[in-house]
Design a protein around this ligand. Structure first.
Ligand code: KIV
Ligand code: ZN
Length: 527
């Protein structure tokens, strides 16, 4: 191993390093993560950040899945400035036509179509023979190619497909006009050496393999998604499919921030580079975490809150002498700034805006105004407002901005002399409604009032309270997960009053559930 590369900002590519394109699927595979449903407005914000940070291809959704997905893909296609905009389609005529329509307005549209190739999927899921699947590939890729010039074809469950048959499938797809061939490790089963070898063999054996770009798409069921992605690149792939924070089906996908920083920091050993502005990684991570209600684990590589924290005395001592003793990249290189300007009730709008920018938030004028009003209110109730308080406040603002059901007023009667009760006023699609309910404790009373005002059969699967900072005046962050007909949604609510935060979280989950109900998932789900 050579000396570490202590980078401080976006690096220019090393000589002789080859370019790898970054395909982000946070808005498609990421949104398939349990509970991670996003609103249209949130998806637009995420897409804007991905586009601005240099993502080459944004997979904006699965247009046939729901009207909401179609609208999100079309809207992103229309506004993206640089990135190729892709939509996903099964190998079905109607899917491909719908996808073509959704990406039509993109400056650079792509249709991404997939079909399973492994024996287990052919037999149990598709009930098709190998020959039938080969015919489907040729027909559907050709259909997509008639609609757009840029067609990606994926062999679902490629890593459990016999190599001879996989070669025939890839050959059929290239012959029909596919320009990118993606070989996913759909179930996160492969080992890095196997994945690398698969790409080498396919590229050696398939005629005209050099006419297409090969792509990796790895799931993290064994914690190998990033390692496998890098191994695939070593085997000749030049596109990496990944998601912010590693969001995705089951254990998730390869994390974009990890593959990007691995290529950047270890460019000495892996002569490949991406076009990503790494200083935007923290901001993208925070935004995706907020809008998908998916917290980032504290010790997550690159974007976890402990990723640059040094606890032991020996480490702190080393860091003071030379940061390279215990850091292989600078916090600034991934967008973490060390300066900590503590906010209080005398802080002005300008300092507030600067602070938010430092934390990775760039709000529009209206959102900034609303957040500032809430900050002043919080600063009145709490002496010191910490970074964590601001993050909770702004995330809350972003997440609740587009909701159909809004909390207007809540009064709770609690204590030792029951029954505990809650008087709640909500605004539902602009109409105010009020209800008073009792319950076994104040939270139960609040939730009963919500159920009375918004009748539903969803089951409460999780209710969790977490203090954002230390102290009895800390803000409470409540998470609520609801399940209905096999669909789950998770949402958060933050407020210095735990009961208000509880009401907000429950209401936010109901709002997300309404979005999820609109998604008529196609029979065969993508991985
Ligand atoms: O994991 C997978 O196989 C997928 C495909 C749809 C590309 O997500
Ligand atoms: Zn996948």
């Amino acid at each position: 191993m050579t000396e570490t590369n202590h980078i401080s900002r976006v690096e220019t590519a090393r000589p002789n390093s080859e370019s790898v394109v970054i395909f982000d699927t946070t808005l498609r595979d990421g949104e398939q993560s349990p509970g991670a449903t996003m609103y249209l407005e949130d998806k637009l914000q995420v897409a804007d950040v991905l586009d601005a940070m240099g993502v080459d291809i944004i997979e904006a959704g699965f247009p046939i899945a729901s009207v909401g997905d179609f609208e999100a893909v079309s809207a992103i296609a229309e506004r993206a400035k640089n990135a190729v905009i892709a939509g996903l389609a099964r190998a079905i005529e109607a899917d491909i036509a719908r996808c073509g329509e959704a990406v039509r307005k993109a400056r650079r549209p792509r249709i991404h179509t997939f079909v399973s190739t492994s024996p287990i999927h052919l037999q149990h899921q598709m009930n098709k023979s190998e020959e039938q699947v080969l015919e489907i590939i040729a027909r559907t890729v050709a259909q997509a190619r008639n609609l757009v010039d840029d067609v990606e074809w994926s062999a679902m469950d490629a890593t459990r497909t016999p190599i001879e048959y996989l070669c025939r499938c890839v050959e059929a797809a290239i012959r029909a006009g596919a320009t990118t061939i993606n070989l996913p490790d759909t179930v996160g089963y492969a080992l890095p050496s196997e994945y690398e070898a698969m790409f080498r063999t396919i590229r050696e054996r398939v005629p005209d393999a050099d006419k297409a770009i090969f792509s990796v798409h790895c799931h993290d069921d064994l914690g190998l998604a990033v390692a496998n992605s890098l191994a695939g690149v070593a085997g000749g792939a030049r596109q990496i499919e990944c998601t912010i924070n590693g969001l995705g089906e089951r254990a998730g996908n390869a994390a974009l921030e990890e593959v990007v920083m691995a290529l950047r920091v270890r460019g000495d050993a892996m002569p490949y580079h991406s076009a990503i502005d790494s200083t935007m990684l923290t901001r993208a991570s925070k935004l995706v975490s907020a809008v998908s209600s998916s917290p980032v684990q504290y010790n997550k590589a690159i974007v976890g809150r402990n990723a640059f924290a040094h606890e032991s005395g020996i480490h702190q001592d080393g860091m003071l002498k030379n940061a390279q003793t215990y850091e292989i990249m600078t916090p600034a290189s991934v967008g973490v700034s060390k300066t900590s300007l503590v906010m209080g009730k005398h802080s002005g709008r300008h300092a507030f805006k600067d602070k938010l920018r430092e934390l990775g938030y760039e709000l529009g004028e209206n959102a900034l105004h609303d957040a500032f009003v809430r900050f002043k209110d919080l600063a009145d109730r709490k002496k010191i407002v910490y970074d964590e308080d601001l993050i909770a406040l702004v995330d809350d603002e972003i997440v609740h901005a587009h909701e159909r059901i809004k909390l207007v007023d809540l009064t709770v009667f609690a204590g030792t002399k029951g029954p505990q009760s809650a008087a709640l006023t909500l605004e539902i699609d602009g109409v105010r409604v009020t209800h008073q309910a009792t319950g076994n404790g104040p939270v139960d009373a609040i939730f009963n009032a919500i159920v009375a005002l918004v009748p539903h059969n969803a089951v409460l699967e999780l209710y969790q309270v977490h203090a954002v900072t230390k102290g009895t005046d800390a803000q409470a962050e409540v998470s609520v997960r609801l399940a209905e007909d096999g669909k789950t949604v998770t949402a958060k609510g933050a407020d210095p009053d735990t009961l208000v935060a509880s009401a907000k979280a429950y209401i936010a989950s109901l709002n997300k559930l309404m979005v999820k109900r609109g998604k008529s998932q196609p029979g065969v789900l993508a991985g």
